[in-house]
Design a protein around this ligand. Sequence first.
Ligand SMILES: [Zn+2]
Length: 453
Amino acid sequence: MSHRDLPFGVAVLFVLSTIGLPASAKDILIRNVTVYDGTGRAAQVNVDVLIKDGKIEQVSAERLKVGRAQLDDGTGKFLTPGLIDSHIHLPGGQSGSVVNAAERKMTMDKTIGTRALHGYLYSGVTSVYDSGNNTDYIFAMRDDERRGKITSPRIFAGGGTVSVPGGYGAGASAIKVASFEQAKPELDARFALKPDMLKLILDRQGMFANKAVPTFTQEQFKRVVDYARANGVRTTVHIAAEWDAETAINAGVDALAHPVVRSVANDAFIQLAAEKKTPISTTQAVFNNIARVADDPGFFDEPLFAAVMEPEERDLGKGAERQRYVSSGMAPMFKLMVPYATDNIGRLHKAGAVLALGTDRAFGPAVHQELELLVKAGISPFDCIRIATLNNAIYIGRQGDLGSIEPGKWADLLLLDADPALDVKNFRSISAVYKSGVRVDLAKLDLPINRKK
Ligand SMILES: [Zn+2]
């Protein structure tokens, strides 16, 4: 649908009333830009990109006619798809212990959530998948995003996780499966909310080196995965150990919410993951942050963190949360495990597995940490572009709409001042962020950097 032929006032009213559709007021021509399209195709140099009705219309080596489009000069700049994080937990839906899920309380703080979402946009992230949250809260936020009520990256969400009674992650928002029959009504109620993807928990050790905890039997797990698929819902799974990851892949889960982190994975597992092409969310940032925060919480003061995170939030990260990570034993344990995860990520990539950038954090700058950690695992900056874009669209099952700069896809884009294929740090040199072809006004986001002015 085009608004170009309407008088200005009518066009504005039309845009405001078009609930559910993006406010694509203008067509945009990005002229003379270097494109990394996200598919793994080599750079397309000095091309024109035309955006029409919020979607990519054309990528052309010939100069295109401007017509009524807004002209954005891309000379000397680089265009990539907007970054996607396939593993976040949006803040504002739960409060209490970061360590013990059972101690968390459900909240509905949309201000905290909206500010975090603004932080993702400011960091160049145009889509997130929330991998477990207060169900009512995250679907309310997703609704606000889809209705255009908030400025936000696209929100994909599953609601609370699916675990077993007493299992890891079996907090207040979780569906606790004692038996399939007992859980079926709750699963049906969840499917009625149209989750983009459901997250299950398969972990018999819990995350924190505690005593063994109950988890799904193989049969139960497969039954829930099959039932979700029968209802048109994708599944992802929290795993940490190789045997659980293997069980999940063999049960037909659609994605893994973490790589194997408890040990160096066997070659047979790397092979299996590569053959099945099950997308794996990389989540190096969470392991690394928890390990690193014990000795070096200084990253919370880096410019990008200071720009988007509230001072009290950063103080919490450096203070109480850090204390809990240390006293719970998580920090020393993650210090041991980080090298395993890094090694596994590098080998998965070399073997041809589908890695998808995820952070398991609640703040946008973590995406840039994740990119740097992927390079540390031996992955080239060029390959990181696809891992942070199209592979994540595949993870969420939305590769038909998102994740690459190809005709017909939503124009969720990142315009950069420096070449991200030379150095992933250049993903921080953000010149513009577009969602559905609308340039996000970064100076108007509700963030500390804008409040200072
Ligand atoms: Zn998580």
